[in-house]
Design a protein around this ligand. Structure first.
Ligand code: DLL
Length: 434
């Protein structure tokens, strides 16, 4: 066992509990959560009555399969507060997802929900190698998005000195990192790369900063991106996962000593994987849609939430809580291009194999007559010649054709030719129905 794992388990023995112990704790909490949801949120009562199931039917963990899923649509229909299970006097915080289409989804928290969340984020930072003596720079956005404030409360709970920088103001981010010398940064992986470019632009060596640990999440990222971030900043980069509907960041986190996928904090959440088409439950190891149940929530119970994230469950390593494979895609960012299913991450992997290209890219889909057309815009590295960019772009198109089976037009951009996002990166622009 490594030092970090030791420290985490010493603090919270539940991280090393046997599977039997974890499962019996989950069953006990699940019975409470389902009964509580049924008794306090009309949406659950209607759904469960309609499906002919009752909280009494829940005798084993597997019995959960009989209960209907909860979807984003259910949350939208309950806009803004119909999912709340407690009176407003007991709600102490409200967050909402940005929601690209339709109404945002709203999430409420009681005092106890906020405490549980902060403890789970503190655990996540500890598993990333963070300690109370560290300074922690938060560059996730503050506001209705759960990233900034979620990270903040967890870091404070652990005892770190928190620097609540929020997203944006890239120049100032660089200056704060130089002046305040944080050991830890929490930020989306795409914005971390934008920060690396900002160091380069000022002629500064990002490898020489005080940063030792980078905790990245809120969007899909690849192993290649991890390597690039680790090399450019000389840090350990680990994965943090979460979603607002369930809580926010800190549903799962990687251990810095294993870096082999995020551990789902199973004393607070029950994970399932289902077939994305038939929704039949799949066994551990099989890929499908990630479904999560929160086992603790008072303000807004969430049972069997269909996340739309695609992954598979893996056994625990650093901790006995199960891990999941890095999320490479969501069912809803799958592009269907001339009938071929394509995920942006597949294209990203190919781009990142070219030394002459940066990881800043954008995919634009359009229609020419009835045909889908795809163009991939990517920035060339300033350190390489235009000839090298062109050769690399040709290679990318060739590999996309060979591995994914679609033809793409490449568009090489100069420095900052791809708009930088200060939060989650926008990878795909679909103009096919425009
Ligand atoms: O993104 C919460 C969060 C903030 C997580 C900061 C981590 C760090 P939402 O805005 O509701 O919440 O978006 C949730 O983002 O269903 C995934 O599709 C994606 N996502 C979050 N973390 C990861 C990750 C926050 N580590 C949605 N890897 C989720 C891949 C992620 N995708």
């Amino acid at each position: 066992m490594g030092k970090v794992i030791d420290e985490c388990v010493k603090h919270e023995p539940i991280l090393a509990a046997s599977r039997d112990e974890i499962e019996s704790l989950q069953l006990e909490k699940l019975k409470w959560a389902v009964r509580y949801a049924y008794g306090n949120v009309p949406m659950y009562k209607e759904k469960y009555d309609g499906a002919g199931v009752h909280p009494d039917d829940l005798k084993h963990l597997d019995d959960l399969e009989k209960f209907p899923f909860t979807t984003k649509e259910d949350l939208r229909k309950s806009y803004p507060f119909d999912m709340f299970a407690v009176p407003m006097k007991d709600i102490v915080r409200i967050h909402a997802s940005s929601g690209t289409t339709g109404k945002p989804t709203v999430v409420g928290y009681t005092k106890q929900d906020i405490d549980t969340w902060a403890n789970l984020v503190a655990r996540s930072i500890r598993a990333s190698g963070g300690r109370p003596e560290h300074k922690l720079h938060v560059a996730y956005g503050y506001g209705l998005f759960t990233g900034g404030i979620g990270a903040h409360y967890g870091a404070e709970k652990l005892g770190c000195a928190v620097i609540p920088m929020s997203g944006g103001q890239t120049e100032k981010q660089v200056q704060m990192i130089l002046d305040f010398e944080p050991e830890i940064i929490m930020v989306t992986p795409s914005y971390m790369l934008a920060l690396a470019d900002a160091f380069d632009a000022r002629g500064l060596d990002a490898r020489k900063t005080s940063l030792q640990i980078a905790i990245h999440g809120a969007e899909p990222w690849t192993e290649e991106m991890r390597k690039e971030i680790e090399q450019r900043f000389n840090v350990d980069a680990v994965d943090i996962y979460g979603l607002s509907e369930l809580m926010g960041p800190g549903v799962a986190n990687e251990c810095v000593e294993t870096k082999d996928g995020a551990h789902i904090w199973e004393d607070a959440f029950l994970p399932e994987i289902v077939d994305p088409k038939t929704f039949a439950p799949l066994e551990d190891g099989k890929s499908g849609e990630f479904v999560l149940t929160a086992l603790f929530k008072q303000a807004m119970p969430i049972i069997r939430y269909r996340t739309k994230d695609l992954t598979r469950l893996l056994p625990g390593t650093a901790f006995t809580h199960r891990r999941f494979e890095r999320i490479s895609a969501r069912t809803d960012d799958m592009m269907i291009i001339r009938g071929v299913n394509v995920f942006p991450s597949q294209i990203e992997e190919i781009i990142l194999q070219e030394a002459a290209l940066t990881p800043h890219y954008q995919i634009t889909l359009a229609k020419k007559g009835r045909m889908d057309t795809v163009s991939v815009a990517v920035e060339g590295r300033a350190s390489h010649s235009h000839e090298a960019h062109k050769a690399a772009a040709l290679n990318v198109a060739k590999h996309i054709k060979a591995r994914i089976g679609i033809s793409v037009a490449m568009d090489i951009k100069g420095p900052n030719g791809i708009p930088r996002s200060e939060g989650k990166a926008v990878r795909v622009i679909d103009n096919r129905n425009a």
